[in-house]
Write a new protein. Structure first.
Length: 254
C-alpha cells in the first residue's frame, strides 16, 4: 500500500536530529542478521543474536532507553545505555561494530572528535571533548584499580538534557570509537520535517530541504537487509564473540 507523502529534511549536526525510526535497526537485525525477538512485557523491543551472545533492547521501563549488552574477547561483560533521542544511525553504528570482532580492538577514542574540531575542556579533571556548539560533552571517566576506563556523553541544550550515552568498563574501545566517529561526522541525517528540529534546538540545528522521503528510507532499509542476509547465508559475516559468562554487565556503571 502506498505510504502518504511525508516531507523530509536533512538535519545537522546529526546529534541534534532526534532518534529517527528505530525499526531501521531492529528490522535489520531481525531479518538481515537472523536475530530473535525476546521482548518481555516491560520492554518495547528486545532482540538477541542467534547464539544469544549479543543483546539490543529499547525499553519502556527506562524512559525509552536503548541498551546494548555483549561479551568482549576476554570474556568480560560490558554494556551501553543510550537515550532514545540519540540518532538510531549512531546506535546502528555501535551494533555493527559489535558484530565485527576484528574492528573492536583498541582505538584512539577521542581522535575523531579532535579531528572534527571539538575542543578540550581544560577545567575538567578527566579528558573531556566538547562539540563546537558546546551542546555535547564526551568524557573519559577515571579508571578504577588501573582497569579500563568507562565513557560518558551528554547532549544538553539550554539546560534541557536531550540524551546521554554511558559505556561501562570493559566496553571495547573500538565500539566507543564507532560512537565518537558518529558524533564527529558532518553528514546531516534525514528526518521527517514534522518535529524537526527538536524543541529548543532550532538555533543549533541546520535544516536543508530534500526530496528524500519515506519510500527512499524503506528502499535503503530493504537493500541493506537483503545485502546482510545474503552475506550471512554465504558465510561472509564474522563469527560472534565468545560466550557470555553470566555476569550482569551494568550492575555497576563504572
Amino acid at each position: 500500500m502506498p505510504h502518504p507523502t511525508v516531507p523530509y529534511v536533512l538535519a545537522a549536526p546529526g546529534y541534534l536530529a532526534g532518534g529517527g525510526n528505530w525499526e531501521h535497526l531492529t528490522e535489520w537485525l531481525l531479518r538481515g542478521h537472523g536475530w530473535r525477538d525476546v521482548s518481555t512485557i516491560d520492554q518495547h523491543t528486545a532482540l538477541a543474536s542467534a547464539d544469544g551472545r549479543l543483546h539490543v533492547a529499547l525499553s519502556r521501563r527506562a524512559a525509552w532507553t536503548w541498551s546494548l549488552r555483549a561479551t568482549n574477547p576476554r570474556g568480560q561483560d560490558w554494556a551501553a545505555l543510550l537515550g532514545a533521542h540519540l540518532p538510531v544511525e549512531y546506535v546502528t553504528a555501535l551494533v555493527d561494530t559489535m558484530l565485527r570482532p576484528a574492528s573492536r580492538h583498541r582505538q584512539a577514542v577521542l581522535s575523531p572528535l579532535h579531528t572534527a574540531g571539538w575542543t578540550t575542556d581544560t577545567a575538567s579533571p578527566t579528558p573531556t571533548a566538547v562539540s563546537p556548539d558546546g551542546v555535547v560533552r564526551f568524557t573519559e571517566e577515571p579508571a578504577h584499580n588501573r582497569g579500563p576506563r568507562p565513557w560518558h556523553a551528554a547532549c544538553t541544550v539550554d539546560g534541557h538534557r536531550w540524551w546521554t550515552a554511558t559505556f561501562s568498563t570493559h566496553t571495547p574501545p573500538g565500539v566507543v570509537a564507532a560512537f565518537t566517529r558518529s558524533l564527529a561526522s558532518a553528514d546531516p541525517l534525514p528526518r521527517m520535517a514534522i518535529g524537526t528540529p527538536l524543541y529548543g534546538c532550532g538555533p543549533y540545528t541546520r535544516i536543508t530541504q530534500t526530496p528524500h522521503g519515506y519510500d527512499d528510507e524503506q528502499a535503503l532499509l530493504e537493500a541493506r537487509i537483503t545485502e546482510t542476509r545474503a552475506r550471512r547465508l554465504a558465510g561472509a559475516l564474522p563469527a560472534a564473540p565468545p560466550p557470555a559468562t553470566g555476569r550482569t554487565p551494568f550492575t555497576r556503571a563504572r
